[in-house]
Design a binder for this molecule. Structure first.
Ligand code: ZN
Length: 63
């Protein structure tokens, strides 16, 4: 079973669940979350960042 990551769009804010094996991730110094460099939002074409593993409590809700 492939683990999936929750990736949120920087532009429209919707979440995408993408298998880890499909993701290319880049850590950037000025941003708290890793950015997805190879996949864009299917709704608006915006950039995505990794919130966490699927099913985990998002950090923005738990603080
Ligand atoms: Zn979007």
């Amino acid at each position: 079973m492939t683990e999936r990551m929750e990736c949120m769009c920087l532009e429209c804010g919707i979440s995408h669940y993408i298998p880890i094996s499909d993701l290319t991730i880049e850590n950037v110094p000025d941003f708290e979350y890793p950015l997805v460099t190879n996949i864009s939002c299917s709704e608006c074409g915006g950039g995505l960042f990794v919130v966490g593993k699927e099913g985990e409590q998002p950090r923005y809700l738990t603080g």
